[in-house]
Write a protein that binds this ligand. Structure first.
Ligand SMILES: *Cc1c(COP(=O)(O)O)cnc(C)c1O
Length: 378
């Protein structure tokens, strides 16, 4: 089976984790701070706050913004449910905005239509690894005094006009789940230039307590106070050691993902009914996903038929995503449903993610290409 994504773990990664397991700090220790510094440096942000998952990172970002009951947050519908769930965790109202038909990224025009007196923020999702149009979204955020959050779980290592993702919004959220660009098993991070946001998120990941265990130990103090309601969203030191070791390989891995994507794009150029998503100029794409659209009329095969044909041959094609507003939870709780985001809904019937991960061999890539070509021509 060629999966759609897979982690790479080498001996250096294993050694980094073992070293921490033999040290004094398993959690909330020096590796957490070092990993935060490394990621902040990599993306060009002043602060980074590490937490236990990308979902926890999204929740922490919504908390830092002060999202609360009655607040509206505009979010892309073409994403993993967590991008919207984080708004609901804080009792906010997710307002789904439709996407651009060529890139499936949140469409700034659709965003502006949804801005109202209760709108507080925008969650833009760098779908598949393509950075959103942060220039236009930034102008909108400024004009209406909104905060801009990048769900950058697909786009670590991507850039827009040579500016790295992680420094393009008020806060940027990353995931270190094994299918993402680098992994800590489970883990997440928020990057920001805002010291107040960073401080709030550090408190939030530790039950809302004002200081952490290591700070108190270094000052020889026992006293602590819980100043707000928080969670245990801490990440361990051995996870952060793994993340730091993985980060050394990120650029090489992005390069490999881009090469695989280039090979796919070239191979499908003349294939009727098979169309990769568009890439805007001056974008360095991180290719968390390689997404094609299957136009059944021209391809002579539906997306579902192609999915099954590939799976039968051990090729782990996948569908990302069911538009979030179509999930039963959102339909019943927020009265969303078909017709709310027609571009995303139409795309959903056509999209298919093909395998792309750094460990994929050239042979694997050719196997996928030949299987798609054969399925379309038969
Ligand atoms: C993976 C992902 C998340 C959630 O990250 P976890 O680490 O799995 O909690 C959120 N948003 C998007 C777009 C993702 O792809």
């Amino acid at each position: 089976m060629i999966p759609y994504g897979r982690q790479e773990i080498d001996d250096a990664d294993v050694a980094a984790v073992i070293e921490v397991l033999r040290s004094d700090w398993l959690t909330t220790g020096p590796k957490v701070e070092q990993f935060e510094r490394d990621i902040a440096h990599y993306v060009g942000a002043k602060h980074a706050v590490a937490v236990s998952s990308g979902t926890a990172a999204l929740h922490a970002a919504m908390y830092a913004l002060g999202i609360t009951s009655g607040d509206e947050v505009i979010v892309s519908s073409m994403t993993f449910a967590a991008s919207a769930n984080c708004i609901v965790f804080q009792e906010g109202l997710p307002v789904f905005a439709d996407v651009d038909p060529d890139t499936l990224l949140i469409d700034p025009e659709r965003v502006e239509e949804k801005i109202g007196p209760r709108t507080k923020a925008i969650v833009a999702v760098d779908y598949a690894g393509h950075p959103c149009d942060y220039d236009t979204l930034g102008v909108l955020a400024g004009k209406y005094r909104l905060k801009l959050v990048a769900d950058a779980c697909h786009s670590l290592g991507a850039a827009l006009r040579s500016r790295p993702v992680g420094s393009l919004a008020d806060m940027s959220v990353f995931s270190f789940h094994p299918v993402k660009h680098i992994t800590t098993g489970e883990g997440g991070m928020v990057t920001t230039d805002d010291a107040v946001f960073a401080q709030r998120m550090r408190r939030f990941r530790n039950h809302g307590i004002a200081t952490d265990h290591r700070e108190r130990q270094s000052r020889g103090e026992w006293f602590y106070e819980m100043v707000d309601l928080g969670y245990n969203y801490r990440i361990t030191d051995f996870q952060c050691a793994l993340g730091m070791s993985q980060l050394h390989k990120l650029n090489e891995w992005i390069d490999r993902r881009q090469r695989i994507a280039g090979r796919y794009s070239g191979a499908f150029e003349d294939l009727p009914g098979i169309r990769p998503l568009a890439v805007r100029p001056q974008v360095s794409h991180a290719y968390h996903l390689f997404v094609i659209r299957v136009d059944a009329k021209d391809a002579g095969i539906t997306r579902d038929q192609l999915f099954r044909t590939l799976r039968e041959q051990g090729i782990g094609a996948n569908v990302h995503y069911i538009p979030v507003h179509l999930h039963p939870f959102y339909r019943s709780r927020f009265n969303t449903g078909a017709g709310l985001c027609p571009v995303a809904e139409h795309a959903y019937r056509e999209i298919l993610s093909l395998p792309v991960f750094p460990g994929m061999t050239d042979e694997d890539v050719e196997t996928v290409i030949e299987a798609v070509k054969k399925a379309v021509s038969s």
